[in-house]
Write a protein that binds this ligand. Structure first.
Ligand code: PSV
Ligand code: MN
Ligand code: MN
Length: 388
C-alpha cells in the first residue's frame, strides 16, 4: 500500500491555479445572472482568489485574461497578488472578441489581421515579463463554418508562422501552451481541434511549446486519460484546464459531472510523473460559475481536484504492476477501483488540520464573513468577459 506520509507530502506540493474570470459574472448567450458582490477590478478578483487559497492552502496562483484583466501597471498588480500570498499564473490571450477576427486571427487569410493577432500575443509576453508569469496560454477560436470557406492547410501554415514569431519572443523560462478544442465557435473546421494538431505545432516550435488539455474540449466518450498519458510520455503536457462537461464546453465545476474520469486522468498523471515539480504540469481551472456562488464554487472545485488526486496517489502501483505482469485483468482493475472507492475525505480533513486549515473549507469560508463584506462593499460588479 502507498505510504500515507508520502501521499500527504505529495498533496502538500500540489498547486492549483484558479482563473480570474471564474470570479466575475458570466452566463450563456441567453442570459447573464449578475451576482451581488462580484469583483469590479482585477485587483478585487485577486482578493477573492486569496480567499480560495486561504481556505484550501493549495491555490496560490491566478490566471489572467487579457484584455479582461487589463491594467496600467502589471508590476503593481503582481505586487497586489504577492501581498495576498498569491502569484500571477498563466496569461491567457484573447483573439476572439474583436470584429477583425470574424474569419480568424492567427489563421486569417489577410496578413494584416494576422499581424494584429500576433501583436496582441506579443503584448501578452510583455505582460508576462512584468508580472513574472511563466506561461502564455493560447486558445484560438479560428476555424471555418462551411466546406470550401478557406484552405485547411494554408491555415495551418499561417498558424505555424504566427506561433513561430511568438515563440521567438519567449524568455528562457517562459512557455507557450497551446490549447485545442474540437468545435465552437467554428462549426465545420477548427484550426486547433485536437491534441494531435496542437502537438504537431508544438513539436515544430520546440521544447518551450507544450499542449494544454482542457477537459471540456473533447467529443463525448473520448479517452482523455490516454491523451494525457501519451503527452506525458512525450514531455509535451504543459497543463490542464480543468472543468466538467455534460454536453459541450459546459465549464461546470471540475469533478462534478464525472469524478471517475477526473480520477482516471489523475491516475495517469501520478503514474507518469506528472505530479513531479520538474515535469512542470500546470493544474489550472477554466470554469464559469453562472448560477452558483462563485468563491465557494472555486473552493469546491479545488477540493474536487485534491480529492481525485488523493485517490490517484492511493493506487497501489506495485500491486497494479504485478497484476498487469501476471495478466490478471480483474486484480489489476480491482487495484484501481479500490483506490477510487476509498473515502479520502477523512485523510484530507486531517491533512488540513495538520496545516492549521479548517477541515471543511466551504464551511470555513461561509463563516468567515467575506461574502457579506463584498456584497456590502462592492456595487456594480464586472462581467467576466463571457456571455456579454
Ligand atoms: C473557450 O472555449 C475557452 O473556454 C477556452 O477553454 C479558453 O481556455 C477559455 O475560453 C479562456 O479563453
Ligand atoms: Mn480552456
Ligand atoms: Mn473552453
Amino acid at each position: 500500500m502507498p505510504d500515507i506520509a508520502a501521499v500527504k507530502a505529495a498533496l502538500s506540493s500540489q498547486r492549483i491555479e484558479t482563473p480570474s474570470w471564474g470570479y466575475g459574472n458570466s452566463g450563456t448567450r441567453f442570459k447573464v445572472f449578475a451576482q451581488a458582490g462580484v469583483p469590479r477590478t482585477p485587483q478585487e478578483k485577486l482578493d477573492d482568489a486569496a480567499k480560495v487559497h486561504e481556505f484550501t492552502g493549495i491555490a496560490p496562483k491566478v490566471s489572467l485574461h487579457i484584455p479582461w484583466d487589463k491594467v496600467d501597471d502589471y508590476a503593481a498588480l503582481g505586487a497586489h497578488a504577492k501581498e495576498r500570498g498569491l502569484e500571477l499564473g498563466a496569461i491567457n490571450s484573447n483573439t476572439f472578441q474583436d470584429d477583425d477576427f470574424k474569419l480568424g486571427s492567427v489563421c486569417h487569410p489577410d496578413p494584416a489581421v494576422r499581424r494584429k493577432a500576433v501583436e496582441h500575443l506579443l503584448e501578452c509576453v510583455d505582460i508576462m515579463d512584468a508580472t513574472g508569469s511563466k506561461d502564455l496560454k493560447l486558445w484560438f477560436a479560428d476555424g471555418t463554418n462551411y466546406p470550401g470557406q478557406d484552405d485547411i492547410v494554408a491555415r495551418q501554415d499561417r498558424l505555424a508562422e504566427s506561433l513561430a514569431t511568438v515563440y521567438e519572443r519567449l524568455g528562457d523560462d517562459q512557455r507557450l501552451l497551446l490549447e485545442y478544442k474540437f468545435f465552437e465557435p467554428a462549426f465545420y473546421s477548427t484550426d486547433v481541434p485536437d491534441w494531435g494538431t496542437s502537438y504537431l505545432q508544438c513539436l515544430k516550435l520546440g521544447d518551450k511549446a507544450q499542449v494544454v488539455v482542457d477537459t471540456g474540449h473533447h467529443a463525448p466518450g473520448t479517452n482523455i486519460e490516454f491523451i494525457v498519458a501519451l503527452l506525458l510520455r512525450e514531455k509535451k503536457l504543459g497543463g490542464f484546464d480543468f472543468n466538467s462537461r455534460f454536453y459541450a464546453d459546459d465549464d461546470l465545476m471540475v469533478g462534478s459531472a464525472d469524478p471517475f474520469q477526473l480520477f482516471r486522468i489523475l491516475h495517469e498523471v501520478a503514474k507518469n510523473g506528472g505530479f513531479e515539480p520538474e515535469t512542470n504540469v500546470a493544474f489550472m481551472l477554466d470554469q464559469c460559475h453562472n448560477i452558483e456562488a462563485k468563491i465557494p464554487a472555486v473552493i469546491r472545485s479545488v477540493m474536487n481536484v485534491q480529492e481525485a488526486t488523493a485517490k490517484a496517489l492511493l493506487v497501489d502501483r506495485e500491486a497494479l504492476s504485478a497484476a498487469q505482469a501476471a495478466g490478471d485483468v480483474l486484480a489489476a482493475n480491482a487495484v484501481v477501483m479500490d483506490a477510487y472507492n476509498t473515502d479520502v475525505r477523512p485523510l484530507l480533513a486531517e491533512w488540513r488540520e495538520e496545516r492549521g486549515l479548517n477541515p471543511d473549507p466551504v464551511a470555513g469560508y461561509a463563516a468567515s464573513g467575506w461574502q457579506e463584506r463584498i456584497v456590502a462593499e462592492r456595487v456594480g460588479g464586472e462581467q467576466a468577459g463571457w456571455g456579454a
